[in-house]
Design a protein around this ligand. Structure first.
Ligand code: PLP
Length: 400
């Protein structure tokens, strides 16, 4: 046992991030085989630029804001003008009536999630997630001594199965995390699914006599296709906390800006609101980045060009169809979840990489073996170049 590294960090060092490892592998392969000959679908880093209006907003904020406001500390919950602008924007879009107090600015959705955990979780408390899920959830939960309880995958729709969901809830359940639209499947939980989930949770709250919080992780809310509606969860379930981020909708993942939304209807909402500021502070963030808070509110009606992702989605679906792969048609995000023709998805990932220079992520990395994730936030031409190789990969498994 190390005399330096904590037991928990030893575990993290040993497991690493398979997604990051694949990304590093891609970099190495591009050096060896040339950029044109590697087809990297491994990482969810937005490929479409941030709206130009955002860059203009940054410049304007820098040019017109006094130094104390631009660079100084502020309340841990963030600038009031930012929180108010976001509350108003949500009210206009979703017919809600949030006030500034309901919004705490965070360092992306990741920070909103860990702040939520810090507020809600005592060691041994359980948090439910639905496989396949963004694996960082496990770390965010275990950071606070929580226990991740996984509801098994429900292919081919990947909509949560209500019986299995109800069976996963126990006396110790404190929270349930969903991300809608979903990484890695790209499916969107529709209104009927959300209502059914809310029913299950309300019944469990009655049964166990304490609130169970629904954490709605929403970095992909606006990245949807075919006019699909993403239900706004605070309307369906009172104990909802929304963890939002501009990382994907505005292509700003490195800027680390998002918020935690705490509705008044949530049990002990005032105390959760107070606790959220403390959470941002004691988790070492102190506050969300000041420049980003001031710039983002100038462009709340802007989005990255989702049409680009839609074009990529079509090209990748065409490639998968021609190759004979089965996949879940993505309704949102920039991910496609593809069924592997063999049970062992890690073997498939290795073959795709070594024989065809196609990089994708193993479903096991999302607690869902038997599938792989293709991230299509990539250059469109790369998808076109990859298309014949995806077909050859399918051929190698007798699919075409
Ligand atoms: N949740 C999901 C499902 C994600 O895919 C990601 C990032 O990829 C995050 C949260 C973290 O987002 P952020 O950059 O806002 O912290």
């Amino acid at each position: 046992m190390s005399k330096v590294i904590s037991v928990e960090m030893e575990r993290l060092l040993a497991t690493g991030s398979t997604l990051r490892a694949m990304f590093e592998e891609g970099k190495k392969m591009r050096k060896e085989f040339g950029d044109e000959n590697v087809y990297d679908f491994s990482l969810g880093n937005p490929s479409v630029p941030a709206p130009t209006e955002f860059n203009d907003a940054l410049k304007e904020v820098i040019d017109t804001t006094d130094s104390m406001m631009l660079h100084g500390y502020m309340s841990n919950a963030g600038y009031e003008i930012s929180r108010e602008a976001i509350a108003n924007d949500l009210n206009e879009r979703f017919g809600t009536s949030f006030r500034m107090e309901n919004v705490t600015m965070t360092v992306g959705a990741a920070n909103a999630l860990v702040v939520s955990m810090k507020i809600l979780i005592n060691p041994g408390d359980e948090v439910i997630v639905f496989a396949p899920f963004f694996l960082e959830y496990r770390n965010y939960i275990s950071d606070f001594g929580g226990v991740t309880v996984v509801v098994p995958p429900n292919p081919p729709t990947f909509m949560p199965d209500m019986e299995q969901f109800a069976a996963a809830i126990t006396e110790k359940t404190r929270a349930v995390i969903i991300d809608n639209p979903n990484n890695p499947t790209g499916v969107v939980y529709d209104e009927a699914t959300i209502c059914a989930m809310a029913n299950v949770m309300e019944e469990a709250e009655q049964k166990y006599g304490h609130p169970i919080f629904l954490l709605s992780d929403e970095p992909y809310r606006e990245i949807v296709y075919d006019q699909v509606e993403v239900p706004f969860l605070t309307k369906y379930y009172k104990n909802t906390l929304v963890c939002y981020s501009y990382s994907k909708s505005m292509s700003l993942p490195g800027e680390r800006i998002g918020y935690l939304l705490i509705p008044d209807e949530a049990e002990e909402s005032e105390r959760i609101i107070a606790a959220s500021s403390i959470g941002v502070r004691v988790l070492g963030c102190v506050n969300a980045p000041s420049l980003q808070q001031l710039a983002i509110i100038k462009v709340l009606d802007k989005r990255t060009d989702i049409g680009e992702y839609e074009k990529n989605r079509k090209a990748l679906m065409d490639a998968m169809d021609a190759a004979g792969f089965e996949y879940v048609k993505p309704q949102g995000t920039f991910y496609m979840f593809v069924k592997t023709p063999v049970e062992d998805d890690t073997e498939f990932v290795t073959k795709a990489k070594e024989d065809f220079h196609i990089l994708c992520s193993s479903g096991a990395a999302f607690d869902c073996p038997g599938y792989v994730r293709f991230a299509y936030c990539v250059d469109y031409d790369m998808i076109r170049r990859a298309t014949p190789h995806i077909k050859e990969l399918g051929h190698a498994y007798g699919l075409n």
